[in-house]
Every structure is written in C-alpha cells, then in structure tokens.
Design a protein around this ligand. Structure first.
Ligand code: ADP
Ligand code: MG
Length: 359
C-alpha cells in the first residue's frame, strides 16, 4: 500500500515509429499540485491525455485511488479538464456552459441551479449566468472554464497550458486564482506548462520532462538547488555552464580544474568519472565580483556589458581564456559601485553552490 492517490506505472506511448512518452512512473498524493514542465514536444500533453483517456498507453498502467483507468472511457473517469482544445460553447450562456457537465449527468434542475451559483462564486463570477462568453474578457472566460471543470467536484483536475495565450499580468492574476481554488477545494491538480516561472509559482512538486521521459521530480527548491541532470539545471533557474575537468572525485563532491588552471574543491558532483570533460554550473545570482587580483586563484575576465533591469543588474563578463559568464546583482548592491564596462574582475563563488555534470 502506498499513500499515493494517482499511480502512473511505467507508461509508454508510441505513434508508429515515434515514441512520445517512455518509462514514465509517478506517484501523486491526494490534494497535491503537480506540474509537468518541459520544452515543446517533450511528452507532457501525451501523458496528460493518457490520464484524461483521450489516448491509451501503448504499455503501462494508470491507477486512481487503487483502480486502473485503462479500460475506463474518458467520460466515465470523473476527471475535470481545462484544455485549450476544450473551449467554451460560444452559443451558450455562462450559466449553461457551467451547467453542461451536470446536464449530461442528468441532475435535477434545482440542484443544477444551486451548483452553478456555487461554482461561479468559487471563481468570483457571481451574477454572470446570462452573459455570453464573447462578451467577457479572456481572464473571465478562463474562470468560466474552471467553474465548468470543477462543478461536479472531480477529485482530479487536468490543465494543459491553460494560460499560455494570455499576457503576463492576466496570467499572474489567474495563477493566483488557481492557487486559491486549489487550497479551497483540495482538488488534486496535474498542470502542464513550458514556463518555469509558472511551474514554480503554482506547484507543490514539478516533474521535468525531456524527450518523453521524466528527468527529475521534486519541489521547485530541490530542482533549483540539487538538479539531477544538466538539462534540469538549465531549465530551472538561470545558468552559466563553463568547461571544467574533474580532477578528483570524492564521494558526492569533486575537485575540478577550470580554465587557466584555476582549481576549486568541494563541488557537488553528478558524474563519477575522473579525468573527464565536464561542465560546471554557476548560477548568475551566486557569483561575486572582485577587483582583479591577477593571482590565478579565481576565474577572471573583463566586463563586456551591464544591463539595468530594475530589481537586478545583469553583468556579462568575458572570461580571460574564452567564454562568457552572466552575473546578477540585486538593486543597490555595494559591488555595483564603480563597476563599468572594460573593468577587469575576478569571479568568486562558493563551490558548494555550484554543480559539475559530465559533458
Ligand atoms: N497524435 C500524434 N501522432 C504522432 N506524433 C505525436 C502525436 N501526438 C504527439 N506526438 C509526438 O509526441 C511527442 C510529444 O508530444 P506532446 O506530448 O504533445 O509534447 P508536449 O506537450 O510536451 O509539447 C512529440 O514529438 C509529438 O510530435
Ligand atoms: Mg503540449
């Protein structure tokens, strides 16, 4: 017995010669907000469609509350959906749209009316029953779609890039509403996005997809601080990768040699082979700049560009032996005083906050 509510076991989906999803195994707790994050074509939607019942896995099993879904048709799975291809009916009013799932289930008229009111209150659209969707803003239409998906209290809600067509401000507003609704209803949500910021804002845990597989599953904090692969490191948070060589591996940390013979010890290691070419991950916000000491103990370079971005200033440094590194300092940071292009600087970082990946 596990405590997981949704169990995805080794599912695979082939379309002829194309493998869209493979080796995907995942446990989701009741009430959890789980996000599938990854680039376009990485298998996120296909995985969600197999949960929804729009597609059948080539192999593997999906269980909800201990029962396999595989033989159950889509409309009997009791799963709410907010998909872009599953939009509002334009000829129906808001009330009729929201009532639709209950009409299909043949609930009594009075009960439908009460539930429509409740669902519209949940998405803060009380009194909009008679409005046609075309006369509402994009954000309001999304909330109608949410109300329609939630009206029959499904234990699971699937959302496939529901906000990708909206502008940033509206997207953030609806993200906030989705979080509130998740808290208020306790519904288990599986959410698909290619936007790391959206994933970090919304999720309890994130599954990072790459080429049809899951590279890593964890909280946003874990993925940022302990990325399991170079792909995850590059996808969550901003990153610099610079060439490195693993000189010595001791347990889970390494001594690495960087350009110009600079050596650093105690770098978290994600590869076991010594003497191999590797990449060192440095987060832009975890690098300090010092006046160049020219003692060969640190990476050094020349400032090419400073970009003021409000909260932060981004500083692009050309390394003295080739390549460049981006450094980010918060507004008003004392190190910014006196920094200008063409200045020679040393780059100092805590090795424990960096990571080495085999190239
Ligand atoms: N119906 C289909 N027929 C053939 N290939 C498909 C089909 N659906 C998806 N694929 C392929 O499967 C891969 C994963 O697609 P998808 O799950 O839509 O990715 P994502 O949602 O992460 O962008 C892609 O290479 C895509 O081209
Ligand atoms: Mg998709």
């Amino acid at each position: 017995m596990t405590s997981s509510f949704i169990e995805i076991r080794d599912i695979r989906k082939d379309y002829g010669p194309i493998t869209a999803v493979q080796d995907v195994t995942l446990d989701i707790r009741k009430g959890e907000f789980m996000t599938f994050l990854g680039p376009s074509g990485s298998g996120k939607s296909t995985t969600l469609y197999m949960l929804a019942g729009f597609e059948n896995p080539t192999s593997g099993d999906i269980r909800v509350d201990g029962k396999s879904l595989i033989e159950i048709p889509s409309h009997k799975r009791n799963i709410g959906m907010v998909f872009q291809r599953y939009t509002l009916f334009p000829h129906l009013t808001v009330g009729e749209n929201v009532a639709f799932p209950l009409r299909i289930r043949r609930l009594p008229k009075a009960e439908i009316e009460t539930k429509v009111k409740e669902a519209l209150r949940l998405v803060r659209l009380e009194g909009f029953e008679d409005r046609k969707p075309a006369l509402m803003s994009g954000g309001q239409q999304h909330r109608v779609a949410l109300a329609r998906a939630l009206i029959y209290d499904p234990p699971v809600l699937l959302m496939d890039e529901p906000l990708s067509a909206l502008d940033k401000k509206l997207r953030e507003e609806i993200q906030f509403e989705i979080r509130r609704i998740h808290r208020e209803t306790g519904v288990t949500i599986l959410y698909v996005t290619h936007d790391q910021e959206e994933a970090l804002r919304l999720s309890d845990r994130i599954a990072v997809f790459s080429h049809g597989r899951i590279d890593q599953i964890g909280s946003g904090q874990t993925l940022y601080a302990e990325p399991a692969t170079r792909f995850v490191a590059g996808f969550i948070g901003d990153s610099n990768f610079i060439d490195a060589e693993i000189v010595e591996a001791q347990g889970s940390s390494a001594r690495v040699r960087l350009q110009g013979g600079v050596e650093v010890t105690g770098v978290p290691l994600h590869s076991r082979s010594e003497g191999t070419k590797a990449s060192l991950l440095l987060r832009p916000e975890r690098i300090e700049l010092r006046k160049a000491a020219n003692d060969g103990r640190n990476l050094s370079g020349t400032i090419r560009d400073l970009t003021f971005l409000g909260n932060n200033t981004d500083i692009l440094v050309d390394l003295s032996k080739g390549g460049s590194v981006s450094v980010r300092l918060p507004f008003g940071h004392p190190m910014l005083q006196g920094l200008s292009t063409a200045a020679n600087v040393d780059l100092v970082f805590d090795p424990a906050g960096a990571h080495v990946f085999q190239a």
